[in-house]
Ligand binder design. Structure first.
Ligand code: SF4
Length: 172
């Protein structure tokens, strides 16, 4: 077994969504899991492998994860029980990867952030805060790091929106 349980769990509203009706969970892990980062980068859904801070982001069972050597941050949960259930699935995912390590080609390619300003220029720039960020610039910075999706801005959900199309192509 590569990973079993965690040492502590803190739940809170994510910093970028103060007052949100959901929780972000931060699980402190019992061991350093960084040896699996290139394997997660090879196999996970929507991975982004970062050098600094050393971490890998990915989606797992519909939850956004940011995994660091000794802790896992994940969003968005409605209850503590949901976060605990998710941790079981996360453990299964890591244990399965570890068991199949010899059969997986690790991916060491690091995520290349897109410059913030070209992204910002394609946003509505009204600073309406509907995305949960205080400004469009903050939303652009999060987009450039691959932390959020374009349709986090309600104005960009419309598939026929030219700026949304250009942003998706820029970030893909
Ligand atoms: S919802 Fe869109 S327009 Fe409003 S602040 Fe966020 S990025 Fe800017």
């Amino acid at each position: 077994m590569f990973i079993e349980g965690f040492t502590s769990l803190s739940l809170g509203t994510p910093g970028c969504h103060p007052g949100a009706a959901f929780y972000g969970a931060d699980f402190r892990l019992k061991r350093d899991v960084s040896e699996l980062f290139p394997y997660i980068n090879a196999e996970a859904d929507k991975p982004a492998y970062h050098e600094d801070p050393h971490s890998v982001q990915f989606m797992l069972h519909g939850f956004k994860c940011a995994l660091y050597p000794d802790h896992l941050k994940a969003v968005a949960f409605e209850t503590r029980e949901e976060a605990l259930e998710f941790f079981e699935k996360f453990s299964d995912f890591l244990n399965d990867l570890y068991a199949r390590k010899e059969d997986i080609v690790p991916n060491y390619k690091k995520f290349q952030p897109i410059p913030v300003f070209p992204i910002f220029k394609l946003l509505p720039r009204t600073n309406c805060r509907a995305c949960g960020f205080a400004t469009c610039m903050a939303f652009a910075a999060a987009l450039s790091k691959g932390e959020i999706a374009v349709d986090g801005c309600p104005d960009l959900k419309d598939a026929s929106n030219d700026n949304a199309r250009e942003l998706r192509s820029m970030l893909s």
